[in-house]
Design a protein around this ligand. Structure first.
Ligand SMILES: [Zn+2]
Length: 436
C-alpha cells in the first residue's frame, strides 16, 4: 500500500499535465467536437501501460453523424489471473464555455493549487485521476487478478445515447464482463453518490382557433388555455410537490423534494428573425406548446408522475369551454440507487475512511448521469459516482479542480482497486448485485 500511495505522490506533476492536455482538446457538446481526437490521445496514453484500446463509434445512435461522429474508447488491462473487473467510466464531453470567464477555458491554467478550464471538474480531472490511480496500481500490483477498464465516452451532457447507452447496448457493461463501476463525476472527494432521481420530460400542447387580433372573440386563444394549465399547476400540483420529501440523501437539500421545471413555453407567431424590424401581425394564437421537466423521487412511480399531469389537464378541461390538448412524452429515466452494501460502495467507503480519516457522506444526485444506462441497459447495479471536484462548479465560468483534491481522490480510487481486485471481498461479488 505504501508503494502505491508513494507512486501516486510521485505522479502529481504528471497528473496535472495530463489534466491540462485533456482540457486542451475542446470536446464541446453540443455539437460534439473532437471525440476522435480525445480517444486517440487516451489510446496513446494507455497503451504503453499495457491497456488494449478499442475505439468505437456509436454509429446510428442519436447525435451520431459523419460530421460529428460519436467516438468512444474502452481500454482494458488484463491481470495475471481470473478475477473481477473494475471499470472507471468518464465522459469526455464538456458543456459550452458560456460567458464570464477570466481565464482561457482551454489553456489549463494552474493557479493557487487549482487547474482551470471547461471540464476541469466535470470531468476531465476525474478522468485524469482514474488514469493515474490505474497506472500507479499496475506498478505496485503487477501480478493482480482480474481486469481494469477505463472508458472515455461521448455525449453524457446530452443524455449519453452516443456514449454509455450505446456501449451498454453492445454488451460492454454486462455483468459478465464488468463487475464494479466507478464514475469519477465531481461529487466532492468525501462523498459517494449512490444514484439519482427520476426524470419525465413531456410537451403539452393546447389548441385554439386563429382569428384577427382585433376580434379575439371570433377566435380561441391557445395561450390563454395554456395560462389556465399553468394556473392549475400553481394551485394544485406545485403545492403538492413541495410536500413530498424523499428519505434518500439527495443533494442539495432542495432536490430532496419533488420538482418540476417549466422548460419552455411557445405560443403564437414564430419569433421573428433578429434582423426583422417590423411589427408583429394581429393574430389570435391557435397553438401553444410547453415543455415540462419533472424530476421525481425514488418514492414516486413514473405512472403516478404521468397521471398527475394528465389529471391537471383534465381538471382544466372541465373548467374551460373548447379546451383541447395533447401530451407527448419526450424522455423518461427511472430513479436509481445502489445498495450501500454493494461491493463497490463498501470498498470506496473503506478507502475514504482510510485516506481522509472519516467515513463517507452518501448522496444521490438531483439530475441523472450515465449510471442510468449502466443500470437499466447494462443490468449492472454495482455502480457509483465518486470523484474529485466540487459539484457546484460544474458548467460554471472559471470551472476548476483542486490539485490536492485530485491527489486525495486518486488515492481513494487506488485503495478501492486494491480492495476490489486483490482483497478478500473481491471474490464474493462476481456477477454484481441487481436490486429492482
Ligand atoms: Zn459530468
Amino acid at each position: 500500500m505504501t508503494r502505491l500511495l508513494e507512486g501516486i505522490e510521485s505522479r502529481r506533476d504528471d497528473m496535472v499535465q495530463l489534466t491540462i492536455d485533456l482540457l486542451a482538446i475542446p470536446t464541446v457538446n453540443p455539437p460534439g467536437d473532437n471525440y476522435r481526437a480525445i480517444c486517440e490521445f487516451l489510446k496513446a496514453r494507455l497503451e504503453p501501460s499495457g491497456f488494449e484500446c478499442k475505439l468505437l463509434r456509436a454509429e446510428g445512435a442519436v447525435g451520431d453523424s459523419d460530421r460529428y461522429p460519436r467516438w468512444n474508447i474502452i481500454a482494458r488491462h488484463e491481470g495475471s489471473s481470473a478475477g473481477s473487473c473494475v471499470h472507471f467510466n468518464s465522459h469526455t464531453d464538456v458543456v459550452a464555455v458560456g460567458d464570464g470567464w477570466t481565464v482561457d477555458p482551454f489553456a489549463g491554467q494552474v493557479k493557487d493549487g487549482k487547474i482551470y478550464g471547461r471540464g476541469a471538474c466535470d470531468m476531465k480531472g476525474g478522468l485524469a485521476a482514474s488514469i493515474i490511480a490505474a497506472e500507479a496500481f499496475l506498478e505496485a500490483y503487477p501480478e493482480y487478478p482480474g481486469a481494469i477498464e477505463i472508458s472515455g465516452t461521448a455525449d453524457e451532457e446530452t443524455g449519453g445515447f452516443g456514449g454509455v447507452a450505446w456501449l451498454a447496448e453492445q454488451g460492454y457493461f454486462s455483468p459478465e464482463r464488468v463487475q464494479h463501476v466507478i464514475i469519477p463525476e465531481p461529487l466532492n472527494k468525501e462523498r459517494i453518490c449512490l444514484g439519482h432521481r427520476g426524470v419525465w420530460w413531456a410537451e403539452i400542447e393546447t389548441y385554439g382557433h386563429i382569428a384577427h387580433g382585433s376580434m379575439p372573440f371570433l377566435g380561441d386563444c391557445a395561450v390563454r388555455h395554456m395560462g389556465a394549465v399553468l394556473n392549475e399547476f400553481e394551485d394544485t400540483l406545485y403545492p403538492e410537490l413541495a410536500q413530498r420529501r424523499t428519505e434518500h440523501p439527495v443533494v442539495p437539500d432542495g432536490a430532496r423534494y419533488s420538482t418540476m421545471n417549466i422548460n419552455s413555453v411557445h405560443g403564437g407567431l414564430e419569433e421573428a428573425e433578429a434582423d426583422y424590424t417590423g411589427m408583429p401581425s394581429a393574430l389570435v394564437p391557435d397553438r401553444c406548446r410547453m415543455v415540462v421537466d419533472r424530476r421525481f423521487l425514488l418514492e414516486e412511480s413514473l405512472d403516478d408522475v404521468r397521471a398527475e399531469v394528465h389529471s391537471v389537464l383534465q381538471r382544466t378541461q372541465a373548467k374551460r369551454e373548447g379546451f383541447r390538448y395533447d401530451v407527448r412524452e419526450l424522455f423518461s429515466v427511472l430513479p436509481t440507487v445502489t445498495d450501500k452494501t454493494s461491493p463497490v460502495v463498501t470498498a470506496v467507503a473503506g478507502a475514504i475512511e482510510a485516506e481522509l480519516g472519516q467515513g463517507p457522506e452518501y448522496v444521490l444526485s438531483p439530475g441523472t448521469y450515465d449510471q442510468k444506462h449502466i443500470d437499466r441497459i447494462g443490468r449492472l447495479s454495482n455502480c457509483i459516482a465518486y470523484g474529485p471536484g466540487i459539484l457546484d462548479l460544474a458548467h460554471q465560468p472559471d470551472e476548476y479542480v483542486g490539485i490536492q483534491d485530485m491527489v486525495d481522490a486518486t488515492k481513494v480510487m487506488a485503495r478501492a482497486m486494491v480492495d476490489l481486485l486483490t482483497g478478500d471481498s473481491s471474490d464474493a461479488v462476481l456477477g454484481g448485485v441487481h436490486n429492482e
